[in-house]
Design a binder for this molecule. Structure first.
Ligand code: CA
Length: 518
């Protein structure tokens, strides 16, 4: 017998609810006092009362648009009959108005991590090679492959070697205001705790992003030859160095330096670390209308647990919070933090306006197929994953997180760019929720993927780490699923491989470059 027809309404004031059943519901289905007027796919919205043209449609207790035509009770509400409202103005917002009860500390939770000299904790032990310009990428790729094949087997404690490849470094207006974002991103990625401050640098020699600009600490103050300090862990190979006679000499230089780094990394040992050393980066991609019903609320519960344990949680994706900025400024822990949130929103509004676009350009054909009619609805489902704690800091794009608690790390919603910027901010665990499905992974940090629907988790059984669809399909609660995720963070941080790691799936890094190219 098929499971009974089920609609999910989030807030008592909502006049639409979404179809929970796998495969959707058919015309004539009776549920919650309405009769479906047509087939409505899973995760799509059904009108709970008759709506006239111009009526407001509410989901999550928030207005997500106005109807463009009459919709009968049991009718399908989607992007064709729903007009999107304007975003909230950035003036007159509630500033740090929300009162929070003292959160109950969560004690006694630990994981096995790699403690670094600067106090940060790695969850993987990775040898990273960055570069100052993409010209060297082919050479670095060749060298990294030889490190992997010929050297890694002799260093069993090192989990892997990765080239931090990017497309920046030359052919850009390096002094333009926007250039600070990609420059500090490349710098801070190299400092991610998984690399133990042991990232090696390969330079060409003539590029605009000179090594001394990227890593000033590598160089003696005032030294004219720009020779790297001998006492630093990081080290530099410059391909245009006159001692390099041909390609093999460059590779030999890189491998020789790599060996010293590998020896150092191989001495790293996991030790017991409190959960407060978790730095969890959250994002979603390939979202559907169940993202905000299953995976994201459960992730929000798990995020609260990390914050209560004293850890750090970063949520991001400016265009997916822009329509809920009033909720975020109210949740800011101080007026200064609220104003930093507004500053990031304002900067991004102007950035999009330069390209003659706005936040509405975010939604994809797949989002709409998944029942998300517009960015307002998507944003409400996206913000839920930030949980309920006060927002205790804002991290501009490419900067490092400097405090614990719940942080807004201002990044585009683009999966690859958001992940890259959270890597620069210092995350040591990445959590990614998806409804449509994505095989996303990173070589630099473990990525835990959470399915919003059991149907997706079943089909992609070897790609999804957590099935949050069980909140619908198996009657799990948001709380039990949140605890399950929190425990998964600790296991993965201790070395348990994620699906993407087992399959060796990793996306390329993608820098955010708002500056001009020359
Ligand atoms: Ca995303």
């Amino acid at each position: 017998m098929p499971p009974p027809a089920r609609l999910i309404r989030i807030d008592p004031s909502d006049n639409v609810a979404v179809v929970a059943n796998d495969g959707g519901l058919y015309q004539g289905a009776e549920v919650d006092g309405v009769t479906l007027q047509s087939h409505v796919p899973q995760a799509h919205k059904v009108a709970l009362t008759a709506l006239a043209a111009g009526d407001t449609v509410r989901r999550y207790g928030v207005v997500i648009g106005q109807t463009t035509e009459g919709v009968p009770a049991g009718g399908w509400v989607n992007e064709a009959n729903l007009k999107m409202p304007a975003p909230p103005l950035l003036q007159g917002l509630p500033i740090a108005t929300r009162l929070f009860e003292e959160a109950v500390p969560l004690e006694g939770y630990t994981f096995q991590g790699y403690r670094n000299a600067d106090g940060g904790v790695g969850t993987r032990n990775i040898f990273a090679v960055t570069n100052t310009v993409q010209c060297v990428s082919g050479v670095v790729g060749h060298a990294v492959e030889r490190v992997r094949r010929e050297m890694l087997p002799s260093f069993p404690n090192v989990d892997g070697v990765v080239a931090l490849d990017h497309t920046y470094g030359c052919g850009v207006a390096i002094d333009a205001p926007g250039a600070v974002v990609p420059i500090r991103t490349v710098r801070n990625i190299a400092r991610n705790p998984n690399f133990a401050d042991s990232t090696m640098v390969v330079s060409l020699g003539c590029e605009k992003m000179q090594p001394s600009r990227l890593f000033p600490e590598l160089f003696d103050d005032g030294a004219e030859d720009q020779s790297p300090r001998a006492n630093g862990h990081a080290s530099l190979v410059t391909l245009q160095d006159e001692t390099h006679i041909g390609f093999e000499a460059m590779i030999a230089s890189i491998l020789e330096t790599a060996e010293r780094h590998l020896e150092q990394l191989n001495r790293r040992q996991r030790e017991t670390c409190p959960a407060s050393d978790l730095v969890v980066g959250l994002q979603c991609g390939g979202s559907d209308a169940l993202s905000g019903v299953t995976a994201n609320p459960a992730l929000g519960f798990a995020a609260d647990l990390v914050v209560r344990a004293g850890g750090t949680v970063m949520f991001s994706e400016v265009t997916e919070v822009r329509d809920g900025i009033d909720q975020l400024t109210a949740r800011a822990a101080s007026p200064e933090i609220a104003n930093e949130l507004i500053r990031e929103m304002d900067w991004y509004d102007r950035y999009l306006a330069c390209g003659e676009a706005d936040r509405a350009a975010n939604t994809t054909p797949g989002n709409k197929k998944g029942g998300l009619s517009n960015i307002v609805e998507k944003a409400m489902g996206s913000i839920i994953k930030s949980g309920s704690m006060p927002i205790s800091g804002v991290v501009p794009p490419g900067e490092r997180a400097r405090s614990n608690g719940l942080l807004f790390t201002a990044t585009p919603a683009s999966d690859f760019i958001c992940g890259t910027l959270q890597l620069a901010a210092g995350m040591n665990v990445h959590v990614f929720t998806t409804g449509r499905g994505t095989p996303y992974g990173l070589a630099e940090v473990p990525v835990i993927k959470v399915a919003t629907r059991s149907d997706l988790a079943r089909r992609w059984h070897d790609l999804m780490d957590v099935d949050a669809g069980q909140i619908i399909s198996a009657g799990e609660t948001i709380e039990t699923m949140g605890w399950l995720m929190f425990e998964k963070f600790l296991k993965v941080a201790s070395g348990e491989k994620t699906c993407a790691e087992q399959l060796g799936l990793a996306n390329q890094l993608a820098l955010f470059n708002p500056g001009p190219v020359t």
